[in-house]
Ligand binder design. Structure first.
Ligand SMILES: [Zn+2]
Length: 450
């Protein structure tokens, strides 16, 4: 009897336990439906997956500064580089680095590089240093060769060679056509079903075609160096679960004008008008070489729907600063906008030249401005390009539109120091400084950086 009673009471206890658990579970589920899930709440760029957050420990970039710099660089200048005590042209001269002499690079500091020259530390202008292993670019890469005028035809041929060499990892497609009917190619690295997406484009301005060479080189480097150590792991690990969408040349018609230094007949009147109105004093050839617009004389990076109405710009077709008749009325702008809407991009990077600076702000919307700034700080850490606020920048840019309309954290990275089109001498340094920007952005998208 006792036993039965005990059994009964233990059955009762068991039932109470089950009911309690059930009630707790109901309460929990109810609470869950009232609180937005982390996924809905998470701004783009943060990891919505708690499991991922558990396995990922943040990387402290500061700990890796010494891995990123160092090595021997050569003074590439006319006679000598002044070696100064501080990173400023007004600072005390402590020596002269003769043309062709080697220095040890300690770090970049904006326009200057901190170097050790024959045991003496000081600063020289970074634009005049090239890596001694130059050239590291030509040694590291088999397919992409840096040339001063990297043409559309060369780029499409190289894209095909890369796709043939890495068929499992690279897909080549087109986002649409230019105003003169050229396909605008896109290279997709990784799986489009990945959790994270990053959009990168270059040469939206004709004369800034060295950015196409850069993006093509970044692409080959990532494909061919997947096991290379990067920060705490490898390039392969950094890119795991991330899909890179790379558009190396948004404005192939404008690039051709700049590279050939020739205006098509129907654009010569634009030059004559600019000459008459004293908007230019350049020769026809030099005017064409510095052409930024597309084949209609529209500046594509003033043609996006961000502050477009208020922007005055050039007022009519020109080599730069003409915004078009309505936002995205140019086929290149429309194609890039449409593609940007196709994936939930964690970040977008626009490569331009020149200035060696990073723009990261637009308006006051949040969290997009804070997220852009955090990405910009990480990129600045490895490129040593300083950040520049939004004051004084012109409207209608892709970055502005992507941030304002779509909430995508976006950067404009201006590479190189000298006037565009950049000279080939600058390329090695640009490549070295930007080689890891894409895997770094991938780590940032996965919320792995501190
Ligand atoms: Zn530009």
């Amino acid at each position: 009897m006792k036993d039965t009673k005990d059994m009964k009471s233990s059955n009762e206890l068991y039932s109470i336990f089950i009911i309690t658990i059930f009630l707790i579970l109901c309460l929990f589920l109810n609470a869950c439906s009232l609180i937005p899930s982390k996924e809905e709440d998470s701004p783009p760029g943060t990891s919505p997956d708690p499991a991922a957050a558990k396995t990922y420990s943040p990387i402290v970039l500061e700990d890796h500064t010494s891995d990123l710099y160092g090595g021997t660089w050569i003074a590439s200048c006319n006679e000598y580089l002044p070696l100064r005590q501080e990173p400023s042209g007004a600072s005390k001269l402590v020596g002269r680095v003769l043309k062709g002499d080697t220095v040890q690079l300690i770090a970049y500091d904006s326009l200057f590089a901190k170097v050790n020259y024959e045991g003496k530390e000081g600063y020289v202008m970074a634009a005049y240093l090239v890596p001694a292993n130059e050239e590291s670019h030509n040694k590291e890469l088999q397919i992409i060769k840096a040339v001063e005028s990297y043409s559309y035809e060369q780029m499409t041929a190289d894209l095909q060679s890369l796709a043939d060499a890495y068929p499992a990892k690279l897909t080549i497609d087109s986002i649409g056509k230019s105003e003169l009917g050229k396909d605008i190619p896109i290279a997709i690295l990784g799986d489009t079903s990945a959790s994270h997406h990053i959009l990168v484009h270059g040469a939206i301005h004709g004369r800034e075609h060295m950015t196409s060479t850069l993006i093509m080189s970044q692409m080959e480097y990532l494909l061919s160096h997947k096991n290379t150590k990067f920060l705490e792991s490898s390039i392969k690990d950094a890119l795991n679960d991330v899909c890179l969408h790379l558009i190396p040349m948004v404005n192939p018609d404008g690039v051709e004008i700049s590279q050939k230094g020739q205006l098509p007949d129907d654009l010569i009147s634009i030059y004559e008008q600019d000459l008459k109105q004293k908007k230019t004093g350049l020769s026809l050839m030099e005017y064409a070489r510095r052409w930024k617009a597309n084949a209609n004389g529209v500046d594509l990076n003033r043609n996006f729907d961000a502050g477009w109405e208020a922007y005055a710009g050039a007022g009519g077709a020109s080599s730069e600063r003409y915004k078009g008749q309505s936002p995205s009325d140019q086929s290149e702008t429309a194609a890039l906008s449409d593609y940007t809407l196709r994936y939930p991009f964690d970040a977008a990077i626009s490569y331009h030249s020149n200035g060696s600076i990073i723009y990261y702000e637009y308006g006051i919307k949040e969290p997009v401005n804070s997220l852009s700034k955090s990405l910009a700080e990480a990129v600045s850490h490895i490129t040593q390009y300083p950040l520049v606020g939004s004051e004084g920048i012109e409207a209608g840019g892709f970055k502005d539109w992507a941030m304002d309309s779509l909430g995508i954290p976006s950067l404009t990275i201006e590479v190189g120091y000298r006037q565009s089109p950049l000279v080939l001498d600058e390329f090695s340094s640009i490549y070295e400084r930007n080689k890891y920007v894409l895997p770094l952005t991938a780590l940032w998208a996965k919320d792995r950086l501190k």
